[in-house]
Design a protein around this ligand. Sequence first.
Ligand code: SAM
Length: 269
Amino acid sequence: MNYDRTSPAWIKAKMDIKDLRFQKQWGQNFLIDGNVVENILSALDLTPEDTVVEIGPGLGALSERLIERVEHLVAVEIDRQLAHELARDFPRIEVITGDILKVDPTVFPRGAKVVGNLPYYITSAIIMHLLESAWDFDRLVIMMQKEVAERISASPGSKDYGVLSVITQLYCEVDYLFSVSRSCYMPSPKVDSAVVRLWPKPERDRSIVPVVKAAFSSRRKTIQNSLRNVYSPDKVSRALQRAGLEPTRRAETLSLGEFRQLAEAIDEA
Ligand code: SAM
């Protein structure tokens, strides 16, 4: 077979010959648009010396082109059969068979570039897993459900602004790169996608995460009441006063700077 791996004919033939099935529970929607693959690779700005970590390589639509351009590609795939096929077809790829959420990201080389057409069912969990770890990566270029990409890029006050927006933006500069139609996948999912690039900021202060989660723990409540789900009422009052925040504000109105102040104040209160 001489087609590239974004060709529906190649995908069908490979799946028939190897008796593979689309595993819906693992979010298997394979890319069938070579231009989208190229645009994702451009955002990685690759040089041959780069190490790339790919999450969910599937049948290899991205991996096939990545391995032509870099020395070292590590790919983490949960589906044993797909992982086996990829390792057999591309002996130079270091294939890790398993759940990305169970891999400690610090095992990956420092400074690696991360790419993935992420499975929808755990997109936010994967992003949080990578950002909350102590791993130093160069950048993430990831494709996800459009709605999640909008949440990641949301500004304070908008309906999409939540834990994912705040943590991602505290840790990274976010570029919403482009949208991808559902027709670029096989099988076609029910929603459109988007590609986002995240550049890590120099310091990721992980102690902020529990405070952000607590502040959003009851979305319709004031920050005072939400924080009281987790911290004592006295501590909450002292912290809000110290941070100069009105107790009646709601978490979705707080800027990144205000979240930083709040986390510091909780720590000291
Ligand atoms: N990269 C391929 C492409 O673009 O055609 C496949 C993308 S598909 C949306 C997501 C891939 O992630 C599937 O191959 C799926 O088996 C894999 N996957 C799902 N859950 C995973 C997990 N927890 N850890 C690692 N890989 C996972």
